[in-house]
Structure formats: C-alpha cells, structure tokens
Ligand binder design. Structure first.
Ligand code: SAM
Length: 223
C-alpha cells in the first residue's frame, strides 16, 4: 500500500468516497485510471480541518486567499481530457492552489511541474506533497501567465485559473502533439478549451468542451 492510500485511511468511510465516484461516473467520467486515483486520494487533507467533512462532496471548496479547491467533477474531466491521447511524460499545471489536482496528476503522469502565485498556498501544498511522499512534483512560486520555461517543452499543460485569452508562452512551451486544457473567459463564466499542437507545426486544433467557472488567472506574485 503506498503513502497516498495510507493517508486516505480513516476520516471518511469508503461508502462516502464511493458515492462521489458514482456521481462522477453518472456525470460521464469514464477513465478508469482517473476514477481509481480520485478514489484513492484523500481530498480531506487538502482542506482546513473545519471544512474537511465536506471533502467528498462534488463541489468547489474555499482554501483561503479567495481561492478554491476545484470541484471533483472538473478535476476528473480536465484530467481525463489531458490524458485522452495516452500517457504523458512531462506536464505543467498552472495554479497549484491546495495541491489536490497536482496530486491526482502526479499519480497518472511521469513528471509534474506546477506554479502558484500565492506563496502561503504554495508552501502548504509543498508540505502536503512531502507528507504524501510524492517525488515527481516540482513546484515553484511563479506567475503562470508566462508558463514555466525551465521544464518546457510539455506534452500536457493544464490551467486551473482562467485567463481572458490563452497566454502566448503556453503555445511556445508545448511539445509537438502536446495538449493544453484551459478555461478561457471573463469572471462570470468561461469556456473550457482544449488545444492540440498539430505534430511538429505551429498549428493548433481547438475544441470547446463545456462552460466552466474558475477563479481568474492573475498577474504578479502575492507573498
Ligand atoms: N489546482 C488547484 C487545486 O487543486 O486546489 C485549484 C486552485 S484554484 C481554482 C486556482 C489557483 O490558481 C489559485 O490558487 C490561484 O492563486 C492560482 N493562480 C491564479 N493566477 C495565477 C498565475 N498567474 N500563476 C500561478 N497561479 C495562479
């Protein structure tokens, strides 16, 4: 049994978690690896204690600094789309937040790089990665509007905060055949967009998947 499963024991009954998994299936999530990883990952440790009893509801929950831990359905949907072309080696996440989405990704891809602009959130997330024994995550305080050049090119990029338009740097940091999953729009609602870089060219195929509601992608750092 690995450390993620160990950390998941206690706190919530298996039945509560199974209810969440069933809800995700009912909403159309069909990737077994994604469902398995969500089932195994203790979402309650990504929340303050006062909210941890709500961890297995299919809802976004506050994590402080006016930010949220994304709804499980959205985490599942974005992860399923990201992995739809097969196993990924090198993924960038923009908006670490609590570290929950990062933790899900780290169990499904080889290497995850993640950036967060709010220092106290990043600090807590890193502490969780350490406690869970996750060794394939590199996290940094940085403005993800510029992607993260250091580990590019990425075969997958996922953004958990919404810009008004797709930042140019993200196109440049994608590997040939790479996939970008990103909410784009204003503060009221956004389109979840999926862009695939056409093999070795500078062209991208684009698809709008559904309407979503994310916090905005903001510039600069907050310490
Ligand atoms: N993936 C997160 C989770 O599982 O908890 C979701 C976090 S929340 C929906 C989005 C996060 O994006 C927030 O923590 C916010 O501070 C961060 N964010 C917003 N703009 C950013 C930027 N320019 N660079 C990096 N992070 C940013």
């Amino acid at each position: 049994m690995n450390s993620i499963e160990l950390a998941g024991i206690g706190m919530t009954s298996q039945r509560t978690r199974e209810r969440l998994i069933q809800r995700l299936i009912d909403q159309g999530i069909s990737s077994q690896p994604v469902l398995d990883v969500i089932r195994m990952t203790p979402r309650h440790i990504f929340l303050d204690e006062a909210l941890s009893h709500r961890a297995y509801e299919d809802t976004a929950l506050p994590i402080g600094f006016s930010q949220t831990l994304s709804q499980p359905y959205i985490v599942a949907r974005m992860t399923e789309i990201l992995l739809s072309g097969g196993r990924l080696k090198n993924v960038l996440e923009i908006g670490t937040g609590s570290g929950y989405q990062t933790t899900i990704l780290s169990q499904l891809v080889e290497q995850v790089s993640t950036v967060e602009r709010i220092e106290p959130l990043l600090r807590k997330a890193k502490e969780r990665f350490r406690k869970l024994g996750l060794k394939n995550i590199t996290a940094e305080l940085s403005d993800g509007s510029f992607g993260w050049d250091k580990h590019a090119p990425y075969d997958g990029i996922i953004t958990t905060a919404a810009p008004q338009t797709v930042p140019e740097e993200l196109f440049r940091q994608m590997a040939p055949g790479g996939i970008l999953v990103i909410p784009v729009g204003n503060g009221v609602s956004q389109d979840l967009r999926v862009l695939r870089r056409v093999s070795d060219s500078a062209e991208f195929d684009e698809e709008i998947v559904e309407k979503v509601k994310f916090v905005p992608l903001l510039g600069g750092l907050s310490r």
